[in-house]
Design a protein around this ligand. Structure first.
Ligand code: TRP
Length: 359
């Protein structure tokens, strides 16, 4: 299996106070023409999306949509039960994701936002797809291995082991050719490409495209403890957090006693994380932010970062609060999305069954 170099984008340079619906400089996206490409990506509804998601993939999605790509966004509800027994507060988390999408500028009139549990034909694709990968291949997936190690569970379910194949169904049911994701998802993209290639080879049908990953150029944003930002580690700043909560989280961030602020992700990960966060929020480089803070120490760094983040997110958060008042609208977005996704999935499944000789 060869891994093609993922396409990368620069994070769109946000202007302070930019309204979320304003154009976030799509010209920074050095992709082949986005117009005419079909993009699928998604998230598990396990909690609120955080700034790692926002700078890592949400901005890219909006960018691609503005450049004319056709966007599919999956709320991966079945994927929630890979590493836990129950999908806790599923409806609430699903609505929260839709709110995050709409608030950051995904347009539900143009994009298809849907839960994969609502699309039977998508799920049925999992069966022929499972026949195309070996148990050994599944066992080598580094992201799955990592998740098993972190789940702290003694029993690994069949779903945990096979969900990358289900994720391939998410991607291939709509024949997506571009998938904006974080680096941890690259092994799953490999699975999707393998499934597509083997299906096409085995059944002599050029049904499936080979989806490419689209990575953000924004360096990985660490959490407030300098380690990977993650919902479950308590070190994440949620997009939906209010300004006080944001200030509190940044105030509690791990830094050091050196008053001279400089950008050194290896030696000073906590300081570097805050500098990066401020820089992404202001469309500047971390070095420029460090220069401005000079020898103001951690206190000034935290003040500047808090202001930068809150200012950048203010219009997005305001729009999110507005949308949250209309839950019927959120349900409608998901219903319309499911209807469109079902039409596409039914057509693909019909092609697959024909190619396999079962229809
Ligand atoms: N596994 C992804 C995550 O945890 C979510 C996801 C599910 C996804 N299906 C997808 C991402 C399809 C991209 C394409 O973030």
């Amino acid at each position: 299996m060869t891994t093609p170099t993922p396409i990368t984008t620069s994070a769109p340079a946000p202007t302070a106070g930019l309204a979320p619906t304003a154009d976030p400089t799509p010209s920074t996206l050095d992709t082949p023409a986005a117009a005419g490409r079909r993009v699928l990506t998604g998230d598990r509804p396990t909690g609120r999306l955080h700034l790692g998601h926002y700078f890592g993939t949400l901005q890219n999605r909006v960018c691609l949509q503005r450049m004319g790509a056709e966007l599919f966004v999956v709320v991966a509800d079945y994927q929630v039960i890979t590493d836990r027994d129950l999908a806790d507060r599923l409806a609430e988390h699903t609505e929260g994701l839709v709110l995050d999408y709409l608030a950051t500028g995904i347009d539900p009139d143009r994009a298809t936002i849907f839960a994969h549990s609502a699309v039977p034909a998508l799920n049925q694709l999992m069966l022929p797809f499972l026949s195309l990968v070996s148990v050994a291949e599944l066992g080598r997936n580094p992201t799955v291995k990592d998740e098993i190690a972190h789940s702290g569970r003694s029993v690994v379910s069949g779903l945990m082991f096979t969900y990358p194949v289900h994720q391939a169904a998410d991607i291939l049911f709509c024949k997506a050719d571009l998938v904006p994701v974080g680096r941890d998802q690259l092994p799953h993209l490999d699975v999707a490409r393998t499934v597509a290639r083997r299906f096409n080879e085995r059944y002599g049908a050029g049904i499936f495209p080979h989806p490419e990953a689209l990575l953000s150029e924004a360096p990985l944003l660490p959490g407030t403890d300098g380690k990977k930002m993650s919902k479950s580690r308590g070190n994440a700043i949620a997009l939906a957090a209010d300004e006080d909560e944001t200030a509190r989280l940044i105030r509690g961030a791990t830094t050091d006693a050196d008053r001279r602020i400089g950008y050194d992700p290896v030696a000073r990960p906590g300081v570097a994380g805050l500098l990066l966060l401020a820089a992404l929020s202001q469309g500047r480089t971390p070095e420029q932010v460090a220069e401005e803070i000079g020898d103001g120490g951690a206190a000034k760094l935290k003040r500047v970062t808090t202001e930068a983040v809150n200012e950048h997110l203010r219009p997005i958060r305001a729009r999110r609060a507005e949308l949250a008042a209309d839950r019927a609208h959120l349900r409608e977005v998901l219903n319309v999305g499911a209807e469109r996704a079902n039409a596409v999935a039914d057509a693909t499944l019909a092609e697959v069954r024909r190619a396999m000789g079962s229809a």
